[in-house]
Design a protein around this ligand. Structure first.
Ligand code: HGY
Ligand code: MN
Ligand code: MN
Length: 407
């Protein structure tokens, strides 16, 4: 356990955000440093280490004996963070997965079947606005044209970012990973339920379906001082009216949530009525068809609130991540592991998206949660105790042992 604590201590100096918390974007020098450190710890654990064509980091232990041709059992999560994020979202699943595998290798030698630990890049989309980017590449669902079209706030494309760290965007398809026997992701809950109920382990039932959009509403730019209020076609007003109606859409859907996390005007000046206003919509629901219904309703609201007879609303959809049910057998294995360790556990949904949504296209997936303080995440206050982290590692170890080591 001491080692896991040391790993976190060392990483707590990597990718600190001057505004507080952390920022570890894809293909940044900070992520390079993460790959150097985590790759070194993978090597020390006895894993062979490679970085795939999309920049995901993989550590692998070959299977021994009759199981060596079986599909690999994979554990891990993502190494990137949101801007101003914490040191646990994603990284805990990478380091906790590595600690579990390292201890199993030390205690039981080579596994029966291949085992891999993965550290995905770009899960948050915090640099290039493509969510789950690394695991989309691993499942072959990242579009090559996006690498050239999507840029970060400084205008650098994904492809340029990749080249800066020695990756070749033209070889993207080589990042596609074959089928897996199982994928297990450990993660902080990012909500308050486990802490409030004083239950140490959550076993995820399903991950909500998520989709993000970029909406642009148009009007007429003008002088802030000379255009009479009743003569304005102000897209900031249209956007505000539309956004103010979104909470009712979420409330009517039951368990749906809608977030407008970014909004910006062009020309973005204090004394200019904007000509256009863009904003992001992050929309989620556990039920796929209700999610699609919410999307239609949100789009209709934007059309209704737009300038009469004006330019049609701009509407860009980002990759859709459908609601994902966890594998029943893996849920049972995780719950049996909790039983064997005498740990209470709670079946629960995930309101956050995870790389497991993509890995589900390669094989059965399971997720386990540990509590995080105050349920806070995506902020500098994000924190999980080492005791809670250790319990998660113990459950993962017990599950991985039966999946990949037990004769
Ligand atoms: O947005 C999410 O749910 C995840 O943290 N990327
Ligand atoms: Mn996150
Ligand atoms: Mn995460």
């Amino acid at each position: 356990m001491e080692e896991l604590r040391q790993w976190f201590e060392i990483l707590s100096a990597v990718g600190t955000d001057p505004a507080g918390g952390f920022y570890r974007g894809s293909y940044t020098p900070q992520e390079q440093e993460l790959c150097r450190l985590i790759g070194g710890w993978m090597k020390e654990a006895g894993l062979s280490v490679r970085r795939d064509a999309a920049g995901n980091l993989w550590g692998r232990a070959e299977g021994s004996g009759q199981g060596k041709e079986e599909l690999p059992v994979v554990t891990g999560s993502h190494m990137d963070s949101v801007r101003g994020g914490g040191n646990y979202d994603g990284i805990y699943g990478v380091l906790g997965g590595l600690a579990a595998v390292k201890e199993l290798l030390a205690e039981h030698g080579a596994p029966r079947r291949p085992v891999e630990v993965v550290s995905f890049t770009g899960e948050e989309g915090s640099r290039f606005s493509i969510g789950l980017m690394g695991s989309h590449a691993a499942t072959g669902t990242l579009k090559k044209e996006d690498l050239y079209e999507k840029t970060d706030p400084a205008g650098i494309s994904v492809a340029e970012g990749m080249r800066e760290v020695g990756l070749d965007p033209e070889r993207l398809e080589e990042a596609a990973h074959g089928p897996v026997g199982a994928y297990l992701e450990m993660h902080i809950e990012q909500g308050p339920v486990l802490e409030q109920k004083k239950i140490p382990i959550g076993i995820v039932d399903s991950i909500v379906g998520t989709q993000q959009f970029r909406v642009t509403m148009y009007g007429e730019a003008g002088h802030a001082g000379t255009v009479p209020m009743n003569a304005r076609r102000d897209p900031m007003v249209y956007a505000a009216r539309a956004i103010a109606r979104f909470p009712a859409v979420a409330a009517n859907s039951g368990d749906g949530v809608i977030t407008v996390g970014r909004i910006w005007a062009r020309p973005d000046a204090e004394n200019v009525i904007p000509g256009e206003v863009s904003f992001t919509v992050d929309l989620r629901h556990p039920c796929e068809e209700i999610k699609q219904e919410m999307i239609r309703t949100v789009r209709a609201i934007c059309e209704e609130e737009a300038a009469p007879g004006g330019r049609p609303v701009g509407w860009t959809a980002f990759p859709d991540n459908p609601a994902t049910a966890m594998d029943p057998e893996l849920k049972k294995r995780l719950s049996d592991a909790c039983g064997a360790l005498g740990l209470p556990c709670l079946a629960m949904p995930s309101g956050a998206g995870h790389d497991a949504m993509n890995m589900a296209f390669l094989g059965p997936v399971g997720m386990l949660f540990i509590p995080c303080r105050g349920g806070r995440s995506h902020c500098p206050q994000e924190y999980a105790s080492f005791e809670d982290m250790r319990r998660g590692v113990d459950v993962l170890k017990e599950t991985l042992y039966h999946l990949a080591w037990e004769p």
